[in-house]
Design a protein around this ligand. Structure first.
Ligand code: BGC
Length: 442
């Protein structure tokens, strides 16, 4: 029996992202994003799924907010779809697109739920991709203009801003491995994307500072801190290489440390830096969000471009073969605490896919309950060890379009019957309700 107690001001939230839950891709003036295009590509998405209907939150947000409230959630992290707000990527603002987010935010506030808005969770307007997407500098400036529009229109409703969600995925899955939109496999473009995403973040924060808004603003990373597979110095080095290329290229510039030399010198990777860029990226922010799912182990391998390779894991894994390593979350929190000098941190996503079965209106997802509890225990330990962790957002509020996996992987604590769009809280949802109430013993 274990009771994990958190301070009363610890923020409990749940999270989703626009393309994964909204649907309504052709409504109220929205134009295509790179994900609409990518989903049409043969073989890109499992079973040829797409986000055209998803969990239909665009039409059912009131019902969803009601459920969040019944489950005691104090904050909802959603993302704003750029192609709804600026259908042409830049220029003319689509008021109907903004209205959706205003209505959603008002509904949340009615129920006493805080609004945590992410400006970019991967749905770049296709029209900007046609100009080169994140591999070109102009996209970073278009993002700053889009951010400004959001700050002006949604400023009165948003309690916390997040610029980007996981630039790692946007840059590497999108431009290096080709597994996510826009499906490009080109290392040079991938590193351009890394830099322009970093720059986009900094430019947006600069805009924010000018806006006069005062609520916290930060960004969300999905840090990877693989552990060395042995005590050998060379494997320690492998872990450093993995951390540098996957995490530090995003984290270091944020704190004014520039790009890690392991990447620029040992891997011979260069970034398209112009004078002043690094200062823009290092604008002070109020917090960093951390998305955490798994950890792997690595060994040195100088034949690989990033000088390391993963070795097999032994841990229990999710149905996506993601090894479950709660201790890895503690290591990441402590690492971020150290590099950022005690900056406020939030877990902005944590959760797992599971083979959920709906039976008589219930889903007994004890696998997920265990997963969440073990990670919450890691959060608590981090706090006890002095980390400035301020809140936890479970991924996800509900089952949704899981990118290249389509609808085959369910991450929700609320089950979505995609035939009827009916929602069914799973056991993990009731567990979260009780954890948030402070009366849960596990
Ligand atoms: C993303 C989510 C995604 C989740 C599970 C994160 O990388 O931000 O959009 O659904 O992981 O794969």
């Amino acid at each position: 029996m274990q009771k994990i107690e958190f301070d009363k001001d610890f923020l409990w939230g749940c999270a989703t992202a626009s393309y994964q839950v909204e649907g309504a891709i052709d409504e109220d003036g929205r134009q295509p994003s790179i994900w609409d295009t990518f989903c049409k590509k043969d073989g890109a998405i499992l079973h040829g799924d797409d986000g055209s209907i998803a969990a239909d939150q665009y039409h059912r947000y009131k019902e969803d907010v009601q459920l969040m409230s019944e489950l005691n959630f104090q904050a909802y992290r959603f993302s704003i779809a750029w192609p709804r707000v600026l259908p042409e990527g830049r220029g003319e603002v689509n008021q109907k697109g903004l209205a959706y987010y205003i209505n959603l935010s008002k509904e949340l506030h009615l129920k006493g739920i805080k609004v945590v808005a992410t400006l970019y969770h991967w749905d770049l307007p296709q029209i900007l991709q046609d100009e080169g997407g994140w591999a070109v500098r102009s996209t970073a400036y278009a993002f700053a203009d889009y951010a400004k529009v959001c700050f002006e229109a949604l400023g009165p409703y948003v309690d916390q801003w997040i610029t980007l969600n996981e630039p790692f995925c946007a840059a590497y899955l999108g431009y290096l491995y080709g597994e996510h939109a826009p499906g490009i496999k080109n290392p040079q473009k991938a590193f351009q994307a890394v830099h322009y995403l970093n720059l986009a973040h900094g430019l947006a924060v600069k805009e924010y500072k000018k806006s006069g808004l005062r609520v916290p603003i930060g960004t969300t990373l999905n840090p990877s801190l693989p552990r060395p597979a042995s005590r050998k110095a060379e494997d320690e080095k492998a872990a450093l290489y993995a951390r540098s290329i996957f995490t530090d290229v995003f984290l270091y510039p944020l704190v004014g440390k520039g790009y890690p030399k392991e990447v620029t010198e040992d891997m011979h990777i260069s970034f398209p830096i112009l004078d002043g860029d690094m200062e823009i990226i290092a604008q002070p922010i109020d917090f960093i969000g951390i998305n955490y799912y798994m950890e792997r182990a690595v060994v040195l391998d100088e034949t690989k471009p990033f000088l390391h390779r993963e070795v097999p894991s032994w841990q229990r894994a999710t149905n996506q073969d993601w090894p479950i390593v709660p201790y890895g979350l503690l290591r990441i929190l402590k690492y971020f605490d150290q590099v950022t000098n005690g900056l406020a941190l939030y877990i902005t996503e944590n959760g797992c896919a599971n083979d959920d079965v709906l039976q008589d209106g219930r889903v007994h997802d004890h696998f997920r309950c265990d997963y969440l509890n073990e990670h919450l225990a890691a959060c608590k330990k981090a706090i006890d060890e002095g980390v400035n962790l301020k809140g936890y957002f479970v991924w996800s509020f509900m089952d949704n379009f899981e990118w290249a996996w389509g609808y085959s992987r369910r991450f929700g604590i609320v089950y979505v019957d995609y035939e009827t769009q009916e929602r069914f809280p799973k056991d993990s949802a009731y567990m979260m309700r009780d954890i948030i109430s402070g009366y849960c013993e596990y």
